[in-house]
Design a binder for this molecule. Structure first.
Ligand code: ZN
Length: 439
């Protein structure tokens, strides 16, 4: 018999951007939402488990579309240059799962991981294995969409590793044919998305953000190969020229933006390509964390210089009607699991709290081409539900403290329950109880 649960809550945010609805019932049968509506209209099926929380708000599981779960982290390593040499892909793969769980326990049920490489090579295999272990139900975690680096020698994403480090020649490709081959290899390994870069970037040493990374032909080859195999391609872009190249190549999402001109904004609006702003790691706080873990001065200065452009471009995009899908670019900083703080920045920069919520729900699902099953709390969709203490449509910051996220349900299954008398966790130990590896 199908397991049925009825969530009877004080408020509902369905993810579509409309007004908050009072006194609602969501009926979940196995993995899917069977019914949603006013408590007065819905008959709770006999034998259903009742979760009755008049003081809580139900909302869709949130999504972060730009994260690097396999990146060296400052939760247990306080010196990232040391970590880059001392952490094997095998250990980092375990961190990847842990990072993903830290996001799930804060209400993020879907993460698009945008890849990483190590001195041993791309970490596509590791990421795909974590995704599949979660999908198969042998490990608890969020739904992962795996994006794999498909980039050239010395490109921005190659420079995430120190310039002096040995490199696996298999990790990068040059020229359209080689790029196509690397794309095919990544897709063969099971990647869902490809990730490439059209310009330089922020967090890398001795690299100007406005250099060109690939030729148009190379970008075209990567996007074409993704599309030919019914997959998608996201392109890291910092400059208007990079935006134009990405649009021409047929990018499915544009990452960061940073700089813009009138023409690049108009083209993005016209092409209806979702943009992932990644502002959380642009804040003073994030730059300070980078300083503490030993990031070179060149990079810190660059991060400070581009900060106002990132915030200003976001405001221009929002006013122009660019479809914004939430993404943090979390890797080094600020803190795995603090994804919702990205939404508070959007609100500070002019979005309403509801508009910000939509970037992490409906818009994110549409950017992933998964809107048929994800993103909103509607009949027939997968039951990814978060119960929050407070009303995020009034105060977006209620999504930030861990203790406000009372329950996290993914595909009908309860992974977190912090309500009184309940203790369901995806991470078995207390937050922060781990050893600092290089202290
Ligand atoms: Zn990134």
């Amino acid at each position: 018999m199908a397991a049925t649960t009825a969530y009877k809550v004080g408020k509902l945010i369905d993810g579509n951007g409309g007004p908050v609805i009072d006194n609602t019932v969501i009926v979940v049968e196995d993995k899917h939402i069977k019914e949603v509506g006013a408590a007065s209209d819905i008959r709770i099926p006999e034998g259903a488990t009742l979760v009755e929380e008049p003081g809580l708000t139900a909302m869709p599981g949130m999504m972060d579309l730009h994260i690097h779960l396999c990146m060296f982290n400052n939760l247990t390593f306080k010196n990232y240059r040391v970590a880059q040499w001392e952490v094997t892909p095998e250990l980092q793969q375990m961190y990847m799962l842990f990072h993903a769980q830290l996001c799930l326990e804060r209400g993020f049920t879907t993460l698009r991981d945008l890849g990483i490489m190590s001195t041993r090579g791309l970490m596509t295999d590791q990421a795909v294995a974590v995704r599949d272990a979660i999908d198969n139900g042998i490990l608890g975690g969020p739904r992962l969409i795996c994006g794999a680096f498909t980039v050239g020698t010395g490109s921005h994403l190659d420079l995430i590793m120190p310039r002096a480090s040995l490199r696996n020649p298999e990790a990068t490709a040059d020229g359209p044919d080689e790029m196509r081959k690397l794309a095919r290899k990544n897709l063969l390994k099971g990647a869902d998305w490809l990730k490439t870069c059209a310009s330089g970037g922020g967090g890398t040493d001795r690299e100007a953000p406005d250099v060109r990374n690939h030729t148009q032909e190379e970008l075209d080859a990567v996007c074409d190969e993704a599309h030919a195999q019914h997959h998608f391609c996201s392109i890291h872009c910092f400059t208007p020229d990079a935006h134009r190249m990405a649009i021409k190549a047929g990018a499915d999402t544009i990452e960061h933006m940073v700089f813009h001109d009138e023409d690049s904004i108009a083209r993005i609006v016209e092409a209806q390509i979702p943009v992932t702003p990644t502002l959380l790691h642009r804040t003073d706080h994030a730059i300070e964390i980078r300083r503490e873990i030993g990031t070179p001065n060149f990079t810190l200065e660059k991060m400070k210089t581009i900060q106002p452009n990132c915030f200003n471009t976001f405001q221009v995009m929002h006013k122009a009607g660019v479809k914004i899908a939430m993404g943090t670019d979390m890797g080094f900083e600020p803190d795995m699991g603090s994804n919702a703080s990205e939404l508070a920045i959007y609100v500070d920069l002019g979005m309403t709290p509801m508009e910000a919520i939509v970037t992490a729900t409906k818009n994110a699902a549409e950017a992933l081409h998964r809107q048929e099953e994800l993103g909103t709390l509607e009949k027939g969709k997968l039951a990814d539900i978060v119960l929050v203490d407070g009303n995020p449509a009034e105060d977006i910051k209620v999504l930030e403290p861990r203790e406000n996220i009372k329950m996290v349900v993914k595909e009908g299954k309860r992974f977190v329950d912090r309500r009184e008398g309940e203790d369901v966790r995806v991470i078995p130990h207390e937050y922060g109880s781990w050893r600092i590896a290089d202290a």
